[in-house]
Write a protein that binds this ligand. Structure first.
Ligand SMILES: [Fe+2]
Length: 196
């Protein structure tokens, strides 16, 4: 007889994923790439995305970003005790910047073609406390009927510098940013290659 977890929904939070200096560099980099207007606006309102190729650019701060992504991925694997499942498989990652302007938000979605997805909050802008939050929907739609004290939506209000990681299939959205200084994030997807 064997028991195994099916639909666990772990979320890892790292409040200080990179240094303030790196955040400044990444902020400038996202704005630079955003100005090229190569990305899609799918799913967003009053926000724009860069192309999802940030990690292949040669800017040194992106090496720091990649290291932080690999570190939080390691934290997730060890928390779930599933490191052995990806032994010998290379990590594949892509990242893109998102710039939210006044009233900018992101509609409900999940991420495709990846195992884990995450966000680095580069600059939360001048939004009010209750704005610019990320909200996750419980993947078990009926769970709240039996556990009324357990909300169907989990809300995270990240601070500048925080990085989060969650399963890519988990549905989520971003509440409107209300402020004149843009809210800037770097989102990323992470998956694995085929074992050698
Ligand atoms: Fe997302």
């Amino acid at each position: 007889m064997r028991t195994f977890g099916m639909w666990g929904t772990p979320i890892v939070r790292d409040p200080n994923a990179v240094s303030p200096e790196t955040l400044e560099d990444l902020r400038a980099l996202v704005l630079r790439e955003d100005a090229r207007q190569r990305g899609t606006k799918i799913g967003t309102f009053n926000a724009s995305k860069t192309e999802s190729d940030l990690l292949v650019l040669s800017d040194p701060p992106l090496k720091v970003l990649r290291d932080a992504i690999v570190e939080i991925e390691g934290r997730m694997l060890s928390a779930l005790r599933i490191e052995h499942e990806v032994t010998g498989r290379g990590v594949l990652a892509e990242a893109w910047g998102v710039v939210y302007h006044d009233w900018g938000f992101h509609r409900v979605h999940s991420h495709h073609d990846s195992a884990w997805s995450g966000v680095l909050y580069v600059d939360m802008g001048d939004s009010r406390d209750e704005d610019g939050q990320i909200e996750f929907l419980d993947p078990r739609p009926s769970a709240c009927a039996r556990h009324p004290g357990q909300p169907a939506v989990t809300t995270i209000k990240p601070a500048t510098g925080e990085m989060i990681l969650f399963p890519s299939w988990l549905e989520h959205w971003v509440t409107p940013h209300q402020g004149t200084r843009p809210r800037i994030v770097i989102a990323f997807n992470l998956g694995y290659g085929v074992a050698a």
